[in-house]
Write a new protein. Structure first.
Length: 453
């Protein structure tokens, strides 16, 4: 199989089924890519590398290779591998960037790969493009805007470019994708982009808001029902899984579902079949499942509010969307995109926006993320006149704090909250962690962070 280690064609170096599923998905995604992709464990053993990655290594290095041997051409481990941060740091769920531009192996970014026990034991690494190939393929006439957008997504920040890479990587797989991010970051747009870039783009893209439907209605909507299954079921109804046949079904706000529904959804994912409400017949399904949540599902699993087995079924390919405050360099691009769309939608001539207004917009807090910015621009277009977008209400709104002020206030509040919990529990950290509803390791990390050790 393309990109496989010679001694790992059939068996992976782990018996863990979830990690094996992740490796299978990465194999199918990265096998034909020209980008270099590899998976390593915490001991630097190469668990998988595609052909593009192996092209930089000698044939002698391939069987049982260490990553520093194969990709950095060293006999000893690198002094400090930045990829290990995703294993050693509990808060590295969005992956890590190297702190220096020139790493020995050319690493661009590393992502954690969790096992069925929730432990991060290995990492997916994306490497930089080969410089010689980049010089050949780079054309002066190619506009930078090609790299600033992907379908409806916009951004040139490092976080968004890495997200674009991951979307391209996962698009043609059939594995489940879990999109996590704050409200308003554009999770549905990411799901739609994955669908549009896949071979399923000519098939349906079906959206289900799991948080807005009660359990009984959600089950009927997804799986369908037969006539007489319940009061009001006057005829048979096809479920949305059947509607999305050979396409994509997007389960939004999956974290708001009940344990009973989670158990039924888990069986659907395991068996690839549904049973309509009130029926004894099972129906095979072939829709790809993409889910999203604005909650931390790992924390919900720890609090026993979300099934662990379902979490790992949904998160075979996890994606994390950055908040707008973590990608402020993208705000001017977003403003111009939203401004053009709003002017066209409301039949107005195109408006201009000054650098001062762009700076003001870039410094605003935007707790509602991209959605709030989009609504603000549309409101400004409708309620103001003239050739330029003035945004005078923003300038007159000193109550909009900058990100640094918000973070400082949040840190102070968190430090005070932790101190009060420790005081209430007479310094017992285990009890304080339970009171705060966080894990002990999270509490210890926060104690170090706030200097409370």
């Amino acid at each position: 199989m393309a990109g496989s280690l010679k001694n790992c064609d059939d068996d992976y170096p782990t018996p863990d089924p979830i990690l094996n599923a992740r490796l299978d998905a990465i194999r199918s995604l990265a096998g034909g890519l020209t980008d270099r992709v590899a998976v390593m464990d915490r001991h630097f053993n190469v668990m998988y590398a595609n052909d593009a990655a192996w092209s930089t290594a000698s044939a002698d290095d391939q069987p049982g290779a260490k990553c520093y041997q194969a990709f950095a051409h060293r006999r000893q481990p690198c002094e400090a591998c930045p990829a290990l941060k995703v294993i050693e740091t509990p808060d590295a769920s969005m992956g890590c960037f190297p702190e220096v531009d020139d790493t020995p192996c050319g690493m661009r970014r590393a992502f954690p790969l969790a096992s069925s026990l929730g432990e991060t034991t290995s990492m997916l690494v994306l490497f930089k493009h080969d410089e010689s190939e980049s010089r050949i393929s780079r054309q002066p006439s190619v506009s930078n805007t090609q790299h600033d957008a992907l379908c409806g997504l916009v951004g040139h920040s490092p976080a968004m470019r890495e997200l674009f890479d991951m979307i391209r990587l996962v698009a043609d797989s059939s594995a489940t994708v879990l999109i996590q991010g704050e409200s308003g970051t554009g999770k549905e747009l990411v799901a739609r982009t994955i669908h549009e870039l896949s071979e399923r783009k000519s098939r349906p893209f079906v959206v289900v808001d799991c948080g807005s439907l009660p359990e009984t209605l959600l089950e009927s909507e997804l799986f369908g029902h037969v006539r007489g299954a319940f009061t009001g079921a006057i005829s048979d109804k096809r479920g949305l899984f059947q509607t999305a046949e050979d396409g994509t079904i997007f389960l939004d706000e999956i974290g708001d579902t009940t344990p009973t529904f989670q158990a039924k959804l888990l069986r659907v994912l395991q068996e690839s079949e549904i049973r309509p409400v009130g029926s004894t017949e099972r129906i095979r399904i072939h829709a790809r499942v993409v889910s999203a949540t604005n909650k931390d599902l790992a924390e919900l699993v720890g609090a026993k509010a979300f099934r662990q087995d379902l979490y790992y079924r949904l998160a075979v390919l996890p994606l994390f969307l950055p908040s707008l405050r973590d990608r402020r360099e993208d705000i001017p691009l977003l403003v111009k995109r939203f401004l053009a769309a709003s002017c066209e939608r409301h039949h107005q001539p195109m408006r201009t926006v000054s650098s001062q207004v762009l700076q003001t917009l870039s410094e605003a807090a935007w707790p509602g993320n991209v959605r709030e910015l989009q609504h603000y621009i549309e409101r400004a277009v409708v309620t103001t006149a003239g050739p330029a977008l003035i945004c005078s209400d923003l300038a007159a709104k000193p109550s909009w704090p900058k990100t640094e002020d918000l973070r400082s206030a949040a840190r102070q509040a968190e430090r005070l909250h932790i101190g009060e919990a420790l005081s209430a529990m007479s310094g017992n950290r285990v009890k304080a962690a339970k009171l705060l509803k966080i894990s002990r390791s999270s509490l210890y990390n926060k104690l170090r962070e706030h200097g409370l050790t």
